[in-house]
Design a protein around this ligand. Structure first.
Ligand SMILES: NC(=O)c1ccc[n+]([C@@H]2O[C@H](COP(=O)([O-])OP(=O)(O)OC[C@H]3O[C@@H](n4cnc5c(N)ncnc54)[C@H](O)[C@@H]3O)[C@@H](O)[C@H]2O)c1
Length: 400
């Protein structure tokens, strides 16, 4: 069997690729991170971490040890044996899967591919993408036959800022186009991940990832719909969830919000529903959940109007801009839609988020008593609301 060497190249140094590069370099791999974002490359090469889960000290130590370096050059050193692809797979402006970055990175990887190398794709993709789209790109770009290299798929499950579940103790799915590719991928991840689970096919692994995040979208949208009902009934949704969660089996708690955000939960289910449509199968749960999710900001605009008798000309402070508490990530944040819709309705909107600090040319506004309404959108732990004094509060995380 071909052995995995200790030279690894990781395309994409974001929320997924950087922790992977760090974990592998900590167990002795010589890792080259590749990213096309020049600002990010500069920042990371100075030992400054752009993400919450990796400390700058950790990064600087790995750079100084010689085990980690970052570059914007897309070339692969010929003595590398392992390539991981962790680039974004977002939606385009028509709300459809956008594989541009993935195809670019895979083509660049293909150009440096040598016989015996293992390529592992971690980006979230639709079933069939590894086999039908990425394998042909690698064959075409490398000039090798499919038998001369190894291709595996391994979805990432990272949950930024989760203190309990991290890259080491979260079980990792892997699948290969051949048994050998799957075994090589397992051998690699087993060096720094406690439990590696081989799936029977790459399509199973690709679909499992989409199932996990679609499950969250469907359930979060369900709780948000229930929360709207509870609000009309004067019932506290959080007390309802707390009561139901005392059942020791068959129930998992989800909580109300202004909607889902980030690079995964609003995006991945659309990959599944588009794949279902192409296959002539239904995806009604996902489509309805997506519809409810996208309607949440406008629901809260209506609630705001009810509380202060219309929002036109009113000064509103939206508190928490990122998509989830305690992170600075604003990708797909539903709070952005909330702000846009409030402004469209004529409100004078400011936002406060000391983690995000700057967004869209605007600065975070301090919390103060000078507003007609405060909307708690994303409740970061650091928030101190006493400065609001008597400003009415609309809490999107509650039904009362
Ligand atoms: N963020 C999460 O929590 C999470 C969890 C599980 C899976 N995923 C999946 O992992 C993948 C990456 O997500 P992410 O959150 O790390 O994205 P990210 O935006 O944080 O990082 C991706 C990085 O890839 C770089 N990039 C783009 N095109 C490139 C190219 N052609 N070559 C090299 N670098 C390139 C970008 O500049 C960026 O820095 C996506 O498919 C996502 O769905 C994300």
């Amino acid at each position: 069997m071909v052995k995995t060497s200790n030279k690894l190249v990781v395309f994409g140094q974001g929320y997924v690729g950087l922790p992977l590069a760090v974990a592998a370099s900590q167990v002795g791999f010589k890792v080259t991170g590749i990213d096309i974002n020049l600002d990010k490359v500069l920042e990371i090469s100075k030992g400054i971490s752009p993400i919450e889960d990796i400390s700058s000290g950790q990064l600087a130590d790995l750079i100084n040890s010689g085990n980690y370096k970052i570059t914007s050059e897309l070339g692969i050193s010929p003595d590398s044996n392992l390539i991981c692809i962790c680039v974004p797979t977002p939606l385009d402006k028509n709300h459809k899967p956008d594989l541009t970055a993935l195809k670019q990175a895979v083509r660049a990887a293909g150009k440096g591919l040598k016989p015996g190398m293992l390529v592992i794709v971690e980006s979230t993709i639709s079933p069939g993408t590894t086999r039908k789209m990425l394998l042909p790109i690698l064959v075409d770009a490398s000039g090798l036959s499919a038998e001369e290299f190894h291709l595996a798929y391994s979805p990432e499950r990272i949950d930024p800022l989760n203190k309990e579940w991290n890259i080491e103790n979260t079980p990792k799915l892997v699948a290969g186009l051949t048994n050998q590719a799957a075994n090589l991928a397992r051998e690699f991840y087993s060096k720094f991940i406690d439990q590696v689970v081989i799936c029977p096919t790459v399509e199973v692994a690709e679909t499992a990832k989409l199932l996990e995040n679609s499950y969250r979208l469907v359930n979060i949208s369900f709780i948000n719909e229930l929360s709207m009902f509870c609000q009309k009934m004067g019932i506290d949704i959080n007390e309802v969830v707390k009561a139901a969660a005392t059942k020791p089996y068959g129930f998992m708690p989800f909580y109300p919000s202004v909607g889902v955000g980030g690079h995964c939960i609003p995006v991945d289910p659309i990959y599944l529903s588009e794949a279902a449509k192409s296959a002539g199968a239904g995806s009604r749960f996902i489509d309805l959940a997506d519809e409810i999710n996208q309607a949440m900001p406008s629901y809260f605009v209506e609630r705001a109007k009810q509380i202060i008798g219309g929002v036109k000309g009113k000064k509103i402070l939206v508190i928490g801009l990122s998509y989830k508490p305690n992170v600075a990530d604003v990708r797909e944040s539903p709070v952005i839609s909330l702000i846009e819709q409030l402004r469209k309705a004529g409100a004078e909107v400011s936002w406060h988020d000391e983690l995000v600090k700057r967004w869209n040319g605007q600065e975070s506004t301090p919390i103060s008593a000078g507003f007609d309404l405060a909307i708690i959108a994303t409740p970061h732990d650091y928030l101190e609301l006493s400065a609001l004094k008597y400003v009415p509060i609309l809490n999107t995380r509650s039904s009362i």
